[in-house]
Design a protein around this ligand. Structure first.
Ligand code: RB5
Length: 151
């Protein structure tokens, strides 16, 4: 799989550990993040990865900032993006199976690398289950189109 990765200054070291891990799993990684620990603005990197996913330059995205919150909020503003912040593997797996998330975010200041690897594996190995979940995901995506039929 081709995975786009993005990060701010708080997550440079973790980014490289995640890149190594993804390469070990056999994935190709495209780095859209900063490689400098000088303070920068996380929305830039959230948007870059989100646009790469939305434009099918990459299959999925991974975003890391201090908490995972800001960078995922930015990504979720891009049409077609469903980014989830996870600090544990159960939500990561279910976010793929039920919500068809296309970006996984987490916080370099929140979780350590071993838990991070577990979360990533769980997320990558899970498959969207479709069916009733597809209808609900469609309802989420309709909000972007400002369709209000289900209200
Ligand atoms: C940067 O200090 C920090 O605010 C950022 O990495 C992130 O946690 C924002 O949500």
């Amino acid at each position: 799989m081709k995975i786009g990765i993005g990060n701010d200054h708080s997550a440079v070291a973790m980014k490289w550990e995640v890149v190594d891990f993804l390469n070990e799993l056999g994935h190709e990684v495209v780095n859209y993040g900063t490689d400098s620990e000088e303070s920068c603005n996380y929305p830039v990197y959230g948007e870059k990865v989100a646009r790469a996913v939305a434009d099918h330059e990459v299959d999925l995205g991974i975003l890391i900032c201090g908490t995972g919150v800001g960078i995922s909020l930015a990504a979720n503003k891009v049409r077609g993006i469903r980014a989830v912040v996870c600090s544990e593997p159960y939500s990561a797996r279910l976010s793929r199976q039920h919500n068809n998330t296309n970006i996984l975010a987490f916080g370099a200041r929140v979780i350590g690398i071993e838990l991070t690897k577990m979360i990533i594996e769980e997320w990558l190995n899970a498959e969207f289950q479709g069916g009733r979940h597809q209808e609900r995901v469609n309802m989420i995506m309709d909000i972007e189109e400002e369709k209000y039929e289900h209200l």
